[in-house]
Design a protein around this ligand. Structure first.
Ligand code: HEM
Length: 538
């Protein structure tokens, strides 16, 4: 039998907040032995040396020596909050997921993050933001591990280590922290032009959100929902903040990073403490699950592409309210483990080659980050659904498993064969015909266009917002030492928008190159300019 469920809000263990705080009349060791003096080590005489037999000293120092766990390999800096998700039921016509049925309340834990900086880096840097939500549903834990930008840098997860190596601080001096202002970042995105659309969002005001509370969230990939009858629909998930979408301007961000590097985590915690609970509506864009998985010329399996809302409106399916701060940062925000493969019946993945690699990566990294395979027993990671697994032993095992037969079927512990069919509420992988049976390492031709969506986004911005984009490219590329890298990035901008390229080139004091690629012109996008305005609730 697995560990107990967590409580919906407040302390994940359900214990009163101070139950494990320093309290009581006596200080004790971890073994409960009362300690009379914790300020003086046991020495041979008053001037030492210190004796090895001082077990209290050794316990205290040894435990301290092991207090840190590795920070996340990406998204190391974050802030979390507990809350509740209430579904409108509007999604129940396309998914059998129980937590999306009408009026179901599900406890959630959310962690917002920057991507590139270390745990102690500043909040208001120019970067993508993570937006991860853990839904503790009755059918098992569902994680929506998203970002505040709807497109990603790369089309195939095999490049993820490469883009992160390029975007993290330089390996020689380990600077800069969490800024795109360095040669390797621009080297990568100018050579791997599929990254241009995400980079454009980073250079826009979306790269410097005013608050976690004023960010949109995106699942990025296309997911597959299925109903009771097995009908499937492709969807993209969106979080829309009730607070509206607001950004900083660059000068503000720089001052804030100097004066209050904790700006975003302080803002989130203060708002919740004051009872100003932030809210987001969850919505979906829906697409027919056709054989080619294309929609209006956009390949739904290409994670560098979004679908404009004018082509597929976002339909609201529920409301999330964050209403409690974590009791303990380490226990909750640091130890929480999200995974795009934490799915529930009615929500399945697609063959998006970025998502497919993510499905491998998260569990793998967490085994090393959280010290072995049993981190689902850490209170914040415990499901609310009953757990009855056959996983045994391993590092940091805290469950005391009974029985003798952790295998099925067995005739000794009452372990019957699994029930057949769907009615047991099990996860059913949606059967899917595979398009090809030839092993190959290449992208489909529908992934070839790297520039039109960057152009679509840039041209949807107001003149003031476009000016911010020009200033951001100029500032960041101005920090790039290699002229050849700056030139190559200007060539990418030329393929996106000649005016943008010319303005940045003037800022850099360099000649503006001409376009080298014919990019389909997507035209203006009125839907994008709606972002941040009032969003209708069905
Ligand atoms: C965190 C890998 C793409 C969103 C992480 C972590 C890894 C990782 C190893 C650290 C997890 C941990 O230590 O708990 C990858 C790989 C990707 C990829 C291999 C591509 C193949 C993405 C994309 C998104 C995303 C496309 C957004 C849609 C996040 C978020 C976190 C995260 C939000 C932080 C989770 C938290 O708050 O704990 N990723 N990632 N990642 N990733 Fe990804």
């Amino acid at each position: 039998q697995g560990p107990e469920a967590v409580s919906p809000t407040g302390s994940p263990t359900g214990e009163p907040a101070n139950s494990r705080a320093q309290s009581g009349q006596y200080l004790t060791t971890a073994q409960g032995l009362r300690v009379g003096d914790t300020d003086h080590s046991l020495k041979a005489g008053p001037r030492g040396p210190i004796l090895l037999q001082d077990h209290h000293l050794r316990e205290k120092i040894t435990h301290f020596d092991h207090e840190r766990i590795p920070e996340r390999v990406v998204h190391a800096r974050g802030a979390g909050a507990h809350g509740v998700f209430r579904s409108y039921g509007t999604a129940s016509r396309i998914t059998k997921a129980g937590f999306l049925a009408p009026d179901v309340e599900t406890p959630v834990f959310v962690r917002f993050s920057t991507v590139l900086g270390s745990r102690g880096s500043a909040d208001a840097v120019r970067d993508t933001r993570g937006f991860s939500t853990k839904f503790y549903t009755d059918e098992g834990t569902y994680d929506l591990v998203g970002n505040n930008i709807p497109v990603f840098f790369i089309q195939d997860g095999i490049k993820f280590p490469d883009v992160v190596h390029a975007a993290k601080p330089h390996p020689d001096r380990e600077i800069p922290q969490a800024q795109s202002a360095h040669d390797t970042f621009w080297d990568f995105v100018s050579l791997h032009t599929e990254a241009q659309a995400h980079t454009m969002w980073n250079m826009s005001d979306r790269g410097i959100p005013r608050s976690y509370r004023t960010m949109e969230g995106f699942g990025v990939h296309t997911f597959r929902l299925s109903d009771e009858a097995g009908n499937t629909t492709l969807v993209k998930f969106h979080w829309k903040p009730k607070q509206g979408v607001h950004s900083l301007v660059w000068e503000e961000a720089q001052i804030i990073n100097g004066m209050d590097p904790d700006f975003h985590r302080r803002d989130l915690a203060d708002a919740i403490e004051a009872g100003a609970y932030p809210e987001w509506e969850l919505g979906v864009q829906t697409f027919p699950d056709t054989e080619d998985q294309m929609f209006e010329g956009i390949d739904l399996l290409d994670p560098t592409k979004f679908v404009p809302e004018e082509l597929a409106p976002v339909q609201p399916i529920g409301l999330m309210t964050l209403n409690a701060n974590p009791t303990n940062y380490f226990a909750e925000t640091e130890q929480v483990a999200f995974h795009p493969g934490h799915l529930v019946p009615g929500i399945d993945v697609t063959n998006d080659p970025l998502l497919q690699v993510r499905l491998f990566s998260y569990l793998d990294t967490q085994i090393s980050r959280l010290g072995g395979p049993n981190f689902a027993q850490i209170p914040i990671n415990r499901p609310h659904a009953p757990v009855n697994d056959m996983l045994r032993d391993g590092m940091h095992q805290t469950a005391v498993h009974g029985g003798v037969a952790p295998y099925r079927p067995n005739s000794l512990d009452g372990g019957c064969p699994f029930l057949a069919g769907h009615d047991m509420g099990a996860f059913v992988d949606v059967p899917e015909e595979l398009a090809a049976s030839v092993k190959e390492r290449r992208n489909p031709a529908s992934f070839d266009d790297h520039f039109s969506q960057a152009r679509l986004f840039f041209r949807s911005l107001t003149p003031v917002e476009q000016d911010h984009v020009i200033q951001a490219y100029t500032f960041e590329l101005g920090k790039c030492y290699e002229a050849a890298v700056r030139e190559r990035q200007l060539m990418a901008l030329a393929n996106i928008d000649a005016g943008l390229c010319a303005a940045v080139a003037i800022g850099l004091g360099m000649p503006a190159p001409g376009a080298t690629v014919q990019v389909p012109d997507p035209g203006p996008s009125p839907a994008l300019s709606q972002v941040g305005k009032t969003w209708p609730v069905a």
